[in-house]
Design a protein around this ligand. Structure first.
Ligand SMILES: *Cc1c(COP(=O)(O)O)cnc(C)c1O
Length: 392
């Protein structure tokens, strides 16, 4: 049988799951040009408004002057520059861990950490709402793989009774499609009692949570706690650049350098990117007003949306999903908003469980109150134009 790709594509269309890529024609920002139109955007993960910040741009340009463009090789050969190394030292200091290791993407950081730590005979337990990269990493590792109920310490504990070999518990810090936080104060003691390691992917928490942007561990005052052995952050979200890091003990980082295939067999990120991230790391820590502005906008939105009767999730973060239900309704709502010049992503399965399609609204410190009000007005109008949900 030859490949028949057309059937798979047709099915995807029929299920309202077909993905298309809008074409961005301006830098990242709250007002962007997309497919020839100016749009007010609430769908990027540039939470602090740093992706096009003049100081970060300048640091990137100066990085190119000093280092050129390509890194030329993997980190183990000749692609690890002084700029990469400085950023790793700064990230270790920022997270309060002995070491940090830089990766080109968060996806690779997660594959690297899980597959270097686990193999056949070991156990990996993941929150069922974890990011796809963490689930893929668990499967790729070859360890016994099990998912526990979302944020449920007793579901986790019951699965830990059957563990064998090294056991790694893996969770998002901030859940990427729901915006809620991992219940670390409840999960940490469960992990400790089972002598399991805990890995937290705080892609959406770093820069956003905590007084100095230290993420979920700072938020829960767990920075000095030793129960999170593997801490992952990404740089393409609040940091506004690109890449990711794993922070942890000396031995953890040396293990990744020696054994993690997604670290070893890939070209280092451009050194100028590390220069840009060093600058954005400074801004993340120093400009606390960005987090305050973000929180103010989040509160304003939640207040307004609950007055409209929209179904919000229990999220204290800039990820504010509005539950819609069916894929068709989510697409329809996003299309109605688009017609009003507002861009919000419709998130559908398999990214979220079936029947929980949603608008994933995200805020940035660069948004204004007036822009949030424009979103609320548009939601009020568009919501009433939707076909009613069959269960309503
Ligand atoms: C975005 C994201 C990643 C992937 O990071 P990239 O740098 O975009 O590859 C990993 N984990 C979580 C929780 C994310 O939200």
């Amino acid at each position: 049988m030859p490949f028949d790709l057309s059937q798979g594509l047709a099915e995807r269309r029929a299920e309202h799951l077909y993905r298309i890529r809008p074409i961005l024609e301006s830098p990242q920002g709250t007002e962007v040009r997309v497919d020839g139109r100016t749009m007010l955007a609430f769908c990027s993960n540039d939470y602090l408004g740093l992706a096009n910040h003049p100081d970060v741009r300048r640091a990137f340009q100066q990085g190119v002057e000093q280092w050129g463009v390509g890194s030329g090789a993997s980190h183990l050969v000749i692609g690890h520059t002084r700029a990469h190394h400085q950023l790793e030292e700064a990230l270790a200091a920022f997270t309060g861990r002995p070491r940090a290791l830089l990766f080109s993407t968060g996806y690779m950081a997660n594959l690297a950490a899980v597959t270097a730590l686990l193999g056949q005979g070991d156990t990996v337990l993941e929150d069922r709402l974890n990011h796809a990269s963490l689930l893929d990493a668990g499967l790729l590792s070859g360890a016994r793989f099990s998912r526990y109920l979302h944020n449920d310490p007793s579901s986790l504990a019951s699965r830990l009774e059957k563990n064998s070999g090294n056991t790694l518990i893996v969770t998002d810090g901030v859940f990427s499609m729901d915006g809620d936080l991992a219940d670390l104060p409840a999960l940490c003691p469960v992990a400790r009692r089972a002598q399991a390691w805990l890995m937290v992917d705080d892609a959406h928490g770093f820069g956003v949570l905590g007084q100095r942007g230290g993420g979920i561990l700072e938020h829960f005052d767990l920075e000095a706690d030793d129960s999170v052995q593997v801490l992952v952050g990404t740089l393409g979200k609040a940091f506004g650049t690109s890449g990711a890091f794993v922070a942890g003990s000396e031995e953890l980082i040396e293990t990744l350098i020696q054994f993690a295939r997604p670290y070893i067999y890939t070209t280092g990120q451009p050194p100028a990117l590390a220069c840009a991230t060093l600058k954005s790391l400074e801004l993340v820590q120093q400009e606390t007003w960005r987090r305050e502005q973000l929180q103010h906008l989040i509160n304003r939105f939640r207040q307004g949306a609950s007055e409209l009767g929209l179904t919000l999730l229990d999220s204290p973060t800039p990820i504010q999903p509005v539950l819609v239900g069916s894929n068709a309704r989510a697409l329809m709502l996003s299309a109605l908003l688009k017609a009003k010049g507002i861009m919000v992503g419709a998130i559908r399965p398999p990214t979220v469980p079936a029947g929980t399609a949603r608008l994933r609204i995200t805020f940035s410190a660069a948004h204004t109150e007036a822009q949030v009000d424009r979103l609320l007005d548009a939601l009020a109008e568009c919501w009433h134009k939707l076909e009613p949900h069959p269960y309503e």
